[in-house]
Design a protein around this ligand. Structure first.
Ligand SMILES: [Zn+2]
Length: 166
């Protein structure tokens, strides 16, 4: 039979939006989890118990605001790209540009600074990368992972990824 009976699209366990059932699910403790995006899949894989066991966090965002320094002023095109970030990524609340400083507000449960920085680099946004920025960035990434770890009762590997697949 070609058509399987229609079934409700399961909600993405990270952001609560409709999941994309064509994406590979995560299997955890006998349950299958479907996601709306690779970003949410990655969040779940890093901290599965946070989202599988602790659903109440879905209603309690962990808002963060970070300031990122830019190497040079952005072009008009780059500024337009940046303003689209809240539509491009899950969990991004707000992006403001003041000179060469970028202010980003996001929900740590849905997006980490590491993911945001990776997306900005993919968009060719010239982030400052001196040793001070590198140290600060590494420290912030570590702090975010620790904060999420502390929220999880325990960690379990998922999707054949190490819990800290970076
Ligand atoms: Zn999602």
């Amino acid at each position: 039979m070609k058509h399987s009976p229609a079934r409700d699209q399961p909600a993405c366990p990270v952001c609560g939006m409709e999941s994309d059932v064509s994406m590979m699910p995560c299997k955890l403790n006998g349950s299958e989890y479907f996601f709306c995006s690779e970003q949410c899949r990655e969040r779940f894989s890093d901290h599965p118990t946070l989202f599988s066991a602790y659903k109440k966090f879905a209603q309690a965002p962990l808002y963060k605001q970070r300031f990122l320094r830019l190497k040079m002023p952005l072009s008009a095109q780059q500024q337009a790209d940046i303003s689209q970030l809240p539509n491009d990524m899950m969990g991004i609340q707000r992006v403001d540009l003041a000179g060469q400083q970028l202010s980003i507000e996001y929900d740590l449960l849905q997006a980490t600074l590491a993911q945001i920085e990776a997306r900005l680099r993919a968009m060719k946004i010239p982030l400052a990368e001196g040793w001070r920025e590198r140290i600060k960035s590494a420290w912030r990434h570590e702090r975010e992972e620790t904060e999420l770890d502390n929220l999880s009762a325990r960690k379990a590997p998922c999707c054949n990824q190490s819990p800290r697949g970076r």
